[in-house]
Design a protein around this ligand. Sequence first.
Ligand code: ADP
Length: 407
Amino acid sequence: MNILVLNAGSSSQKSCLYALKQNVLPSQPPEPLWEAQIDWTHQQGVAELKVKTTTGVVLKDELSSVSRVNLTLQMLETLWSRETQVLEKPQQIDIVGHRVVHGGEKFRSSTLVTPEVKAAIASLTELAPAHNPANLEGMEVVEQILGTELPQVAVFDTAFHTQMPLAAATYPGPYEWLNKGIRRYGFHGISHQYCAQQAAQLLGRELKHLRLITCHLGNGCSLAAIREGYSVDTTMGFTPLEGLMMGTRSGSVDPGILIHLMRQDNYTADELDQVLNKASGLKGISGISADMRQIMTALTEGNSRARLALEIYIHRLRSGIGAMLASLGGLDALIFTAGIGENSSDVRAAACESFEFLGLKLDPQKNIRSPEDRDIATANSKVRVLVIHTQEDWAIAQECWHLLHSN
Ligand code: ADP
């Protein structure tokens, strides 16, 4: 069974193909047979294509087209043509899964794509202007190649958080906000849910008996408080801007600052959007980079703004974990995932330090090795600490498999 996964970003389109033997879902994530990425941020009118296969073939190309649909089509063609070919023909694809960033209140779980579902995703564009249209384009490309009969599945980044208690999901503004759809949606849900499931497997315990905090620390950062397998609180909100400090995003700031900037400096909505989403966070404070590795390097060279950036990052992370802890009322495991969470032993150690009063003890030797899918707490720690390699694409592929087999 061949499952194609499409993960569309605002300036990139990632994709991979999983080939499952005898239709069986393996218990651990397999390597994709083919992986591709197309990036159109670097040069106007030129997109960079990178493709690799499990057999070790790597293809790099520059494509000139301004149409995202056409670029995605060219990317997918490398599945059945050129040196990266892994399929004889596109018809060998059995199902396609799409990561859809915003499912609003409507989509509480993954769903087969129908004309109605597409219309509903389009109607949510206002909430995710850079992402939802890109997802719809991906669905269109697949329809162009394989027709409307091939099953396509929408897997939502918001779905995991839709069961959050109303008190956690509602902003204390006027009540009418709720009717307008202004509420906490939360994001990174595919990753938080996947990590929770992996954690239960690793710990050999049932998800319904666990209280977990998952720390997804990549370019975007968010936390989730997970009780009995459900997200009961999360740091991202109406948009992915709320919560922790991130690579280029500020995370939560006093909304009064925005009013001040509008009144004093005549900031427009677009300027506020730009400053909060692109010129803040690690990049904004350090003035160096949004990349944690570069912050760490600058810090060891004595750069004081890099030090401040890291200190704010840790302060915010600890506060966020504290808030999630309060929502859970206890903790069985703290989980670190994504680029920073999986690789930065310094960030993990600093975050954990504040929670030693819980009896949480990190094993420094295990932590420094940044092992994948392992427990890095000491044997006598009262709280387990796990590093889990997030595999959103595989989580989407699993959703496809389940949907196909439940019908
Ligand atoms: P995205 O959210 O775009 O998927 P990633 O999950 O790849 O991002 O995370 C990107 C972040 O991970 C960057 O800040 C990068 O610096 C950080 N990162 C990757 N490797 C390391 C490392 N070895 N040490 C510290 N940070 C790392």
